[in-house]
Design a protein around this ligand. Sequence first.
Ligand SMILES: [Zn+2]
Length: 470
Amino acid sequence: MAQKRRQSDVITPDRKRRAQRLQTAAEKRRRQLNQPIAAALSCASWFPRHEAFTESDHPDHPKRLNACLCGITGRGLWLGTLTVADRLATDEELYLAHQRAHVSGLKRAEKAAQPEEEEEDTERNLGSVIWLPRAGHLAKIASADFPRVRGTKSDTFVTATSLEAARASVGGLLELVDECLLRTKVPGFALCRPPGHHAGISSSTGFCLVNNVAIAARYAQRTYPDLINRVMIFDWDVHHGQGTQEIFWKDPNVLVVSAHLFAKGFYPNSGTAEEVGEDEGRGYNINIALPVGYTDECLMRVFDDVLLPAARRFRPDLILVSAGFDAMVDDPLGEAQCTAAGFGQLTRRLWNLAAELAKGRLIFALEGGYHVGCLAQGTAAVLKSLLERTDEKEGPKLAKAPEDSIQAIGPQGPLPESIQAIWATRRAHQDLSMQLGNGAVMPFRKRSREQSEQSEQSEQTPKLLEADGV
Ligand SMILES: [Zn+2]
């Protein structure tokens, strides 16, 4: 049964023009105040519609992006931020990470959701909501069959404008890649919606239609072959990004590191330390399967003991971050205990890492996060950390030590189960490409670039780990 909405609820060219006027005004003011650009932002919320309007309590709601924007506005973070132009990703760009047959399936689902006919009064028929099958495989479903597929109403949906929203989500991120590599060369944050990291080569699940970050990684490699050979993706969403893992499973040029909650029955029920990649890609997929209730300190240990040594061995040319905020304490879907301050601190560490290894090429893409307050706080914390870190003349700077203190976050240490998870990951990778079992682990804040170069040489020789008694 087709649902109806008032015209005022529909995104119109007028609303889009108004958003663009606001964007232009912010840019003008930035120039007047001679404020340097310190970060770039894309927002898929100006705004093809993607909303399960038959299920008002669906977690992936348009209010999520509004919350992100409110977080930025409320903390006065627009001034140093350049908003890139919005654009829709092309079919060819979607094919960078997805099978053509799957993209065709998404088009058929979108077609099946179209309204049968336009009505003449002031209301517009928005069509219907198509619920995708649980496994998300669409290649063999005919357009006429989509309304009968009936996946669960708490999961992934397609409406008449959802694919356009997904194209805008990817397109904004690709604009940021161009901005970061070619134009202003500042770090970026893409407010993507729908999210992407659960979308696989031929599947759309977990609210994700296409994999934003995976497409961005391949786009950067194809478009800038002289600059970008190796890409590292760090996924801090509370859910395992099984789609990203699948896409790069055999690819040694994209290192995927995912820190996520792993517990019985917790979606998507994958992402163990033993999932390490295959063939040439063996050793280039790193999972840290954290326990229920993991905290900021657990993520800091993940950074120090896994991400940092892996990155220094891999030496990425670009770092992409799948930045979900559903590991935050109030999120209704996550079961972790992280905070906005923790993600701000993690951002500073990632920025330092990008400055050290990747010429400051660092781009965040929003994934999950279903509590509007957490989204506002988390987005603002990440952007604020990026704005603090850039100096137009001097380029990327290292963060100040006090901000990098683990003790600044909270009095409690990381959960013992988290330490075990980190060591399980290091054990799984000790004889693989990243050799995580080798070399002493030194906190990031104590290492200088010179030390890094020295340790790079010394890590060629296996050493005993400085274990914490685990
Ligand atoms: Zn998530």
